[in-house]
Design a protein around this ligand. Structure first.
Ligand SMILES: Nc1ncnc2c1ncn2[C@@H]1O[C@H](COP(=O)(O)OP(=O)(O)O)[C@@H](O)[C@H]1O
Ligand SMILES: O=P(O)(O)O[C@H]1O[C@H](CO)[C@@H](O[C@H]2O[C@H](CO)[C@@H](O)[C@H](O)[C@H]2O)[C@H](O)[C@H]1O
Length: 448
């Protein structure tokens, strides 16, 4: 291995976006090219990690290079290679500038292609700042004008976030932040992967999770009042969020493929839901007590026959994916559930998946504080009241805008259960102390 490969193999497992933590590697290779050769030089590396189970993942790692170590960049230091010092190219602000310069110029640099959307201004010469809360991707905000998401793990094919925002450009949907451009890289075997996505930054906005949870806190603090009497009531926002979701669904159906499906689709869906449960049971043993009830629920889905329409959907809609601006809600991040394959995330699906995702999120917002005070019946009552009120408001908003009331569909309960199963796996892996939130929801649902 080269000195740089050694260095990256040492550094990557400590990065938040690295998905292979705790897995044993059998090999690692790297290839790179320069994005900019001035000072600092900026290079981009594809690092291919093969694990002992023969699974290979390719990560994208931008680096910047300096001849002398810079104390101001200690937080971004990766290490030395010969006489040069390598820094994390996403945390060295100067090194973030070339990305937008190349987008403006629609450049091709080595295997990388920069595609400006050509509809709006892209800021040039401005450095980007990493946003906090980085997870599997890394996002940079450029001067409160644009936000660039760098997809760390490369997957052949067009990223759904780019695909959906590109398709929605013709609709002028008010609940979407416009696409400004995207970047792709050619793989050695001829496939192309999406590397980055540039979108208009939505200024002065609050995310839905923050707004919803402060409403819940207000209710918890008012022991004698009901949700509709407390200052921070969220129901109006929940209704507007339902309207916004319906509006996005309508436009997605207008610009991307749809299909009318029947019994075979329901049967296949039931098989998929059951398979996801089976896989989850191997990871979260506590799910076992709900398994029979869930299997029966999914079997009922498999027997449905009424024609229904499938279309592109958000795929992982929750309160953390929506921003409230001064004028309304913006829906972000159409990548779908990170654990699903890219092909699966691009399949047409029922819009009720997204409704179910948001309803699960109301449950999380209402109940996450009970994790610290599980035995308090008054708080549990309050949480139930908040979740019910906002669930009803969201469905009413959705029904008003779409003409279809999601609450009456026989699929909704199955999608909510499936999302809770997915969340059990997500929580077991990422936040075990929150596992009780989706588990308790499955228990309540079984009892009802
Ligand atoms: N266009 C935007 N304008 C303002 N903030 C944004 C925008 N896009 C994303 N964000 C912020 O960045 C966070 C992460 O973005 P997201 O697309 O959900 O990335 P990830 O896939 O890494 O979760 C969001 O929760 C939001 O706070
Ligand atoms: O935002 P991501 O695409 O990374 O989504 C993943 O992480 C989410 C948590 O950050 C997770 O969402 C779950 O927790 C939320 C509260 O933190 C809650 O509002 C959601 O309803 C719940 O599903 C999401 O499932 C996961 O894919």
């Amino acid at each position: 291995m080269s000195a740089l490969t050694d260095l990256l193999a040492e550094w990557m497992p400590h990065q938040r976006w690295f998905g292979g933590k705790g897995r044993e590697w059998s090999s690692v290779t790297e290839d790179g090219f320069f994005l900019d050769e001035s000072t600092p030089a900026v290079s981009v590396h594809r690092v291919r990690v093969t694990y002992t189970d023969d699974v290979t993942e390719t990560y994208l790692v931008p680096l910047s290079w300096r001849a002398t170590a810079d104390d101001d960049l200690a937080h971004a230091y990766v290490g030395a290679v010969g006489d040069n010092h390598a820094y994390d190219g996403m945390r060295d602000r100067e090194a973030t500038v070339p990305w937008l310069t190349h987008l403006v110029a629609a450049s091709t640099v080595g295997p990388m292609h920069f595609h400006p959307a050509g509809v709006a201004y892209i800021p040039e010469g401005v450095p980007g700042d990493v946003i906090s809360g980085e997870q599997s991707n890394t996002s940079l905000v450029y001067g409160e004008t644009a936000i660039m998401k760098l997809f760390r793990r490369l997957e052949p094919g067009l990223n759904p976030d780019v695909e959906v925002h590109d398709a929605l450009r013709t609709t002028d949907n008010p609940h979407i932040a416009p696409l400004l451009g995207h970047v792709e890289v050619d793989d050695a075997d001829g496939a192309t992967s999406t590397v980055a996505f540039l979108q208009a930054f939505v200024p002065n906005a609050s995310d839905g999770w923050r707004l919803a949870t402060s409403s819940v806190r207000d209710l918890y603090a008012e022991a004698d009042l009901h949700a509709d009497e407390v200052g921070g009531d969220f129901a109006g926002e929940a209704a507007r969020l339902g309207e916004a979701t319906a509006s996005v669904h309508r436009d997605l159906a207008a610009v991307l493929p749809t299909a009318t499906v029947g019994p075979e689709w329901y049967a296949e869906l039931a098989t998929q839901l059951t398979a996801r449960l089976d896989a989850a049971l191997g990871i979260v043993p506590d799910l076992a007590e709900h398994a029979d009830g869930l299997r029966a629920l999914y079997a009922d889905v498999g027997r449905l026959t009424d024609p229904t329409t499938v279309q592109r959907v958000h795929g992982d809609l929750h309160l953390g994916q929506v921003l409230r601006t001064t004028t309304g809600w913006i829906v972000l991040d159409f990548e779908g559930e990170p654990a699903r394959s890219l092909a699966a995330r691009r399949e047409p699906d029922s819009p009720l998946r997204d409704v179910a995702g948001m309803l699960r999120s109301f449950d999380y917002a209402a109940r996450h504080m009970l994790v610290e005070q599980p035995g308090d019946p008054q708080l549990a009552y309050r949480a139930q009241e908040w979740a019910e009120r906002n669930r009803t408001a969201f469905c009413a908003g959705y029904a008003g805008a779409s003409g279809t009331d999601p609450a009456t569909s026989p699929l909704l309960r199955a999608f909510e259960a499936d999302k809770a199963v997915y969340e059990c796996v997500y929580e077991a892996r990422n936040r075990p102390h929150w596992l009780m939130i989706p588990l308790a929801s499955l228990a309540r649902s079984a009892a009802s």
